[in-house]
Design a binder for this molecule. Structure first.
Ligand code: GLU
Length: 441
């Protein structure tokens, strides 16, 4: 097994699927190389058709756009924007839009691949896509963010649409971003088009439960995972990295169900309290001060130290590449639930699995967001909206089914849950690809 860091050095050296380093650099992103290895592993598990596997290892379409933005000082800055449409075998492309200073095409390719396998393992009638802009949104004013979002949406033009490609929030974007996207698309198409994006505010076609859905999904699968290990979420000690949309909701729903959240962090650093942090109080503190640091009755911990804390479950809910060969030996958590996309690399996954650490992979663990996005899209098409209980009940059903099917395969084949989830996912994609056939022949 090659670590992600070594992989990035290897770049295009003899990777069978990337012929030309100069033009296909984006196919050598370390997370994407890991995903390709996972596809191969899944293919061996289910004895997949090699033609299907070859197609699954490449994105269908990569769109790169320049996004010129009028800044508040009247200057114009040009940002780089992307949308990768990875696979549409099962339905329209679906996946979030990330605003982050480290966004680059290769990362978006990797994240769009994860969306493809996530939507498949969850049984949704959706393909996989992802978008992003290389920008630190905290450095933009509200007007600049709106200008950026509207121009990006306009540049994507007819590549997106309710039956083609449906964006949603991701790191650095939120319901307001989706409101601007929906409005821009609707203005340019001359009709109300709520189904073009999900994760909108409820006032304009958003779904109840969407905001907290990813965090709630993390807690639902954690409950199931504890159950499989003969334990309960209630009374367990959780460590949560990231206090954005996913981490803060996972913390709240975990707290409400009686788990002890002993540490949380955001980009600035973390806080620790061995007796458990009062999450509703922390949320109020965060709302008032825009930081979790110096929260009363807590000690400071760095993000690196937080990952190494002894706990029943560690929930990395921030960015990719957090647990790798560099720190895997120091990990003391008994279970890891991947709230983020790609937080534990393949090499670390295999080492931890051998050590008996149970990892619930991202494509199941953080699937709650896209499941409720799917509900939002359906409700927008019907113009008929469900209550929150209905949504949460349906979310629970879908995410637990994906977990249980993957868990059963992992037991049958004696492999880790990431390999099994990819196996279930590739199996479904393969069935649909073979039925649809290859165009033109
Ligand atoms: N960005 C989220 C994810 O990574 C949600 C995608 C969606 O709702 O389409 O799963």
């Amino acid at each position: 097994m090659i670590s992600r860091d070594t992989k990035s050095d290897l770049q295009s050296k003899n990777r069978t699927n990337s012929a030309n380093w100069a033009t296909e650099n984006h196919l050598n992103n370390p997370l994407f190389l890991d995903i390709q290895d996972s596809i191969d592993e899944a293919a061996r598990l289910i004895q997949a058709d090699p033609n299907v596997v070859a197609r699954l290892k490449r994105p269908k379409r990569c769109i790169a756009v320049s996004v010129p933005v009028r800044m508040d000082d009247y200057s114009v800055k040009v940002f780089s924007g992307y949308r990768v449409q990875y696979n549409s075998t099962l339905g329209p492309f679906k996946g979030g839009i990330r605003y982050h200073q480290d966004v680059e095409l290769g990362e978006v390719v990797a994240l769009s691949a994860l969306m493809t396998f996530k939507n498949s393992v969850l049984g949704l009638p959706l393909g996989g896509g992802k978008g992003g802009i290389t920008v630190d949104p905290s450095k933009l004013s509200r007007t600049e963010k709106q200008n950026l979002t509207r121009r990006y949406t306009s540049e994507l033009g007819d590549f997106i649409g309710p039956t083609k490609d449906i964006p949603a929030p991701d790191v650095g974007t939120d319901p307001q971003t989706m409101a601007w996207m929906m409005d821009t698309y609707s203005q340019e198409h001359g009709s109300f088009q709520p189904g073009v994006v999900t994760g909108k505010p409820v006032e304009i076609g958003g779904s109840l439960g969407r905001a907290g859905a990813t965090g709630l999904g993390v807690i639902y699968v954690a409950e199931r995972a504890f159950e499989k290990k003969g334990k309960t979420l209630k009374g367990s000690k959780l460590v949560i990295q990231g206090f954005g949309n996913v981490g803060s909701h996972a913390a709240l729903y975990g707290f409400e169900r009686g788990a002890k959240i002993i540490a949380v962090s955001d980009v600035q650093g973390g806080i620790f309290n061995g007796d458990g942090i009062n999450i509703p109080e922390l949320l109020q503190y965060f709302k008032d001060r825009k930081t979790i640091l110096d929260f009363p009755k807590s000690q400071k911990v760095s993000n690196e130290e937080l990952l190494m804390l002894d706990c029943d479950a560690l929930m990395p809910c921030a960015l990719e590449n957090q647990i790798t060969s560099k720190n895997v030996e120091q990990i003391k958590a008994k279970m890891i639930v991947e709230g983020a996309n790609g937080p534990v690399d393949n090499e670390a996954t295999k080492i931890l699995h051998k050590r008996g650490v149970f990892i619930v992979p991202d494509i199941i663990a953080n699937g709650g967001g896209v499941v409720v996005s799917y509900f939002e899209w359906v409700q927008d098409i019907m113009s008929f909206f469900w209550d929150e209980d209905e949504i949460n009940k349906r979310l629970h059903g879908i995410i637990i089914k994906a977990f249980d099917r993957s868990y059963a395969l992992s037991q049958e084949k004696n492999v880790d849950l990431r390999a099994a989830a990819m196996g279930v996912s590739v199996q479904r994609l393969q069935g649909a690809m073979l039925l649809r056939g290859l165009y033109p022949r």
